[in-house]
Design a protein around this ligand. Structure first.
Ligand SMILES: CC(C)(COP(=O)(O)OP(=O)(O)OC[C@H]1O[C@@H](n2cnc3c(N)ncnc32)[C@H](O)[C@@H]1OP(=O)(O)O)[C@@H](O)C(=O)NCCC(=O)NCCS
Length: 424
């Protein structure tokens, strides 16, 4: 079956997490992704957080599936020649170097356009134009600068970063959308363009509801926040603990076994349309007509008591039992699942969201597969490439170099100190 991005060739000049998540998505959709890495070293994540001595780390393998690897010292004459050759034949170039790095390599946007006016140059930077545009940025910096940390956590605690990689993987997603959009526009214009996604912008986009609340705050207290009605509201959106970010109140509640199991909890949404069912299930039928509880507006000052009442019920059940009972009444809720539980979840494996991948060096490992499912372009997850695994193949098939040129390129050291046909 032809894949959605079949025929799209991507020069993947990304490293660490944000850029690689973007190009991995493009590869899963069928693009030919050629990852350029520094000879001998590769993407720094190959050796970071290693769990097996000498083998590519899970950090690397889980972010670089379905790609080909080419080692290239782009600061040598021949390395630059190969790089420019790839710019000529690729549809998209993706990079997430620190600001200025690409220019210092001689690859300014002007030069790139000279080489290939149809190419799309997609970049992730920490910040957009402004006072911080030259700064290097990692995940948690973006979470802090994009409004996530100041609005995450409990009101009486410090700002918190979240385990979800909204700065890195979030920016990768934003950039991927920009790339396919630019590819579509190119079908009309014939021209490439620059696509930029800043990590701060991406995090802020995901924190949209908090900027909403910042403006609501000017008109009075945020009545769905746990600070209401007894706490103080300052001038900026406070941390809301586990309150829901939407119009239906929610909270995390203890379930049976919480004393010993750190994940024996359930997220419970006290959704207005099923309020009557909630009262019946938790055996508080009097709340259906009590004027303090009967309407969503009346309930807002009593949310703490309401969730305490519901928790008395959830603590009598395991999170899975509680979910089964509540689902019969269409009451929205969800168990707090540990990574251990998720890794063992058969339904996630059945859909390819969790996949087992074979790797020649490390054996079998688990990864997150493509979370986006296309009915006409199913994803097959292929292991990440070894460093420089496709050197010769790319020079030959992608750049069309003849045998003598390939021999010269290898001899020049531009691909590192690797002999031609090392694997033979
Ligand atoms: C992530 C980040 C902080 C890492 O910083 P870093 O490890 O210092 O890496 P840099 O991007 O500065 O690049 C380092 C150097 O490697 C060089 N390099 C990279 N690949 C090369 C290659 N194949 N051949 C030769 N040189 C290469 C670059 O030219 C650069 O050299 P220079 O500074 O002398 O010009 C930085 O790249 C960054 O801020 N990126 C944008 C935001 C981002 O994506 N952050 C999230 C990462 S998950």
């Amino acid at each position: 079956m032809t894949k959605a991005l079949h025929g799209v060739r991507v020069l993947d000049f990304t490293h660490v997490q944000s850029g690689p998540t973007c190009t991995q998505l493009l590869a899963w959709f069928g693009a030919d992704v050629i990852k350029i890495e520094r000879p001998g070293v590769g993407d720094i994540t190959r050796s970071q957080l290693r769990d097996i001595p000498g083998e590519d780390s899970l950090y690397f393998t889980m972010l670089n599936h379905n790609k080909r690897s080419l080692t290239l010292d782009t600061k040598t004459k021949q390395g630059k020649e190969i790089l420019e050759g790839l710019v000529r034949v690729c549809d998209v170039m993706v990079e997430n170097f620190a600001p200025g790095v690409l220019d210092r390599m001689g690859l300014t946007w002007e030069r790139i356009q000279e080489l290939n006016p149809r190419i799309i140059l997609a970049s992730i930077k920490g910040f957009g134009p402004g006072p911080y545009e030259d700064c290097k940025v990692y995940e948690n910096i973006a979470q802090c600068a994009g409004g996530a940390a100041s609005t995450t956590g409990f009101d009486d605690g410090p700002p918190l970063v979240t385990g979800a990689q909204i700065g890195d993987s979030g920016s990768g997603l934003h950039l991927a959308l920009g790339i396919v959009t630019a590819l579509y526009q190119r079908t009309h214009t014939g021209r490439g363009q620059m696509v930029r996604a800043s990590m701060q912008d991406g995090v802020l986009n995901l924190c949209r509801v908090k900027l909403r609340d910042q403006q609501r705050l000017a008109r009075g207290p945020l009545k769905e926040y746990p600070q209401y009605p007894h706490g103080e509201f300052g001038s900026s959106v406070p941390r809301a603990g586990n309150a829901s970010g939407g119009g239906q109140p929610g909270w995390i509640l203890k379930c049976k076994g919480w004393e010993t199991d750190p994940n024996a909890y359930l997220y419970f949404v006290a959704q207005a349309p099923v309020w009557e069912s909630i009262c019946k299930v938790i055996e508080k039928p009097e709340w259906i007509t009590d004027s303090n509880y009967a309407t969503p507006e009346a309930r807002l000052p009593h949310l703490k008591d309401i969730f305490a009442g519901i928790e008395e019920w959830t603590m009598q059940h395991t999170k899975i039992e509680a979910m089964e009972i509540l689902n019969k009444y269409d009451i929205p809720c969800g168990p707090i699942l540990s990574m251990e539980e998720i890794a063992a979840d058969q339904s996630l494996r059945d859909t390819g969201t969790i996949v087992e991948v074979d790797h020649p060096g490390r054996g079998q490992y688990l990864s997150v597969g493509n979370p986006i499912k296309l009915s006409d372009s199913p994803t097959e997850v292929v292991r990440s490439p070894l460093l420089g695994e496709h050197n010769e193949e790319i020079l030959k098939d992608v750049l069309g170099f003849d045998e003598a040129t390939i021999v010269n390129m290898f001899a020049s050291g531009a691909l590192g100190a690797v002999p031609l046909r090392a694997a033979e």
